[in-house]
Design a protein. Structure first.
Length: 185
């Protein structure tokens, strides 16, 4: 759950004072979102965990420099985004693909096996299509369509002009539409 403006300000004040409970609250409040963005970008649980840890280490070290001009969550997204893009650009990436989630869903029942297979196939195609997007486009898709950030929040988090965010998102969605045409009615 994302903190409200006043709650964020109070949390930042507590963090600046070195309140250990505040840092724990920050991690509990934002860890799933930070990890989710990282996982969708790097597509590796171990790498996403490393990135999430690094995000919170950087926040801990730099909280005194946080000016509060942006929301705390926007600052976290900005740090996460930069770390993900940096990791993706490095030549030392480890690729670990995990199929356990799909197997768990298929075994969970509920829908018919044909329905599950179709849904699983569509979901896999969507994940592949998103993964194949250029990093900058994938990041705006993840932040907008999967994390629900506004265009303005994305522009602020990535330090981009609003029209650049819109343009990248439009191009990304056109790419996805083209890649997923066979699944569309």
């Amino acid at each position: 759950m994302e903190g409200r403006g006043g709650d964020e300000t109070h949390l930042v004040d507590r963090l600046r004072r070195g309140d250990p409970g505040a840092f724990e609250e920050l991690v509990i409040t934002y860890q799933h979102r930070v990890f989710g963005v990282a996982l969708r970008m790097v597509r590796s649980h171990p790498e996403a965990e490393e990135i999430a840890q690094e995000v919170f280490l950087r926040v801990h070290r730099a909280v005194a420099e946080f000016r509060g001009e942006a929301r705390l969550s926007t600052w976290l997204y900005a740090i996460t985004s930069r770390l993900c893009l940096s990791r993706l650009a490095s030549g030392e990436r480890r690729r670990v693909y995990e199929g356990e989630e799909t197997l768990t869903r298929l075994a969970s029942g509920g829908a018919t096996p044909v329905d599950e297979l179709e849904r699983s196939e569509l979901e896999a195609a969507l994940h592949r299509a998103i993964a194949e997007l250029p990093d900058e486009r994938r990041l705006v898709v993840v932040l907008r369509d999967l994390e629900g950030l506004s265009y303005e929040e994305i522009a602020e988090a990535l330090a981009l002009p609003l029209n650049t965010v819109r343009s990248r998102l439009h191009r990304a969605r056109m790419d996805l539409k083209e890649k997923l045409e066979r699944f569309l009615p």
